[in-house]
Design a protein around this ligand. Structure first.
Ligand code: IMP
Ligand code: MG
Length: 179
């Protein structure tokens, strides 16, 4: 599995340190609020588990399972919620946890869908962001790492459903994989 991953882009140590910081910031921002943490599966599963444990206040934990049509690297804008939330988020302060924000289409779609359930607020926390690729102007409240326009795998992120369990984040060593 390791063979094609020459370049770790974020190491496990860097990840741990940054998630600790994010957890602190979220803890202070959400103290005293009626809060819920919504993880977007599959990609966010690893980050979500680590982030949730870095937050030092009790959060309701829930998940959305989402698929997007289109090639592995590009979302077509058609996002489908495959598994819905199990908790009621009405009146709650919701923090949406994503693996990566690329064009911004998925996050935009999810914010719209969640807004219909009348939460008090929705903020977005993403482990990774590729600002160069953004076509939609979405507000991302918490960003773990800004990364260049490269296709990355590991720590939850996949290439054709593979490599999600790689414990660090690596650039996929295949030319033109964004095409
Ligand atoms: P967006 O809708 O264009 O912002 O794309 C977001 C989704 O595309 C993510 O949730 C991932 O599933 C996928 N994605 C974008 N870039 C990468 C990457 O570098 N590696 C793995 N998945 C990616
Ligand atoms: Mg995702």
């Amino acid at each position: 599995m390791e063979r094609i991953f020459g370049r770790p882009i974020v190491t496990q140590e860097e990840m741990r340190a940054r998630i600790r910081e994010l957890g602190k910031q979220i803890t202070s921002d959400y103290t005293g609020r009626d809060r819920g943490l919504v993880g977007v599966l599959k990609g966010a599963y690893a980050f979500y588990a680590d982030l949730a444990r870095a937050i030092r206040i009790s959060m309701r934990v829930d998940f959305l399972l989402v698929t997007s049509y289109g090639s592995r690297a590009k979302t077509s804008g058609k996002v489908k919620i495959v598994t819905e939330l199990t908790e009621d988020i009405k009146g709650k302060d919701v923090l949406l946890v994503e693996d990566i924000v690329d064009s911004g289409l998925t996050v935009q779609y999810l914010i719209k869908a969640l807004s219909k359930k009348k939460p008090k607020s929705i903020k977005v926390c993403t482990l990774l962001s590729k600002p160069e690729r953004r076509t939609i102007d979405v507000t991302i409240d918490y960003v773990g790492f800004k990364i260049p326009n490269k296709y990355v795998v590991g720590y939850g992120l996949d290439y054709q459903q593979k490599y999600r369990n790689l414990p660090y984040l690596a650039v996929l060593d295949v030319a033109d994989d964004q095409e």
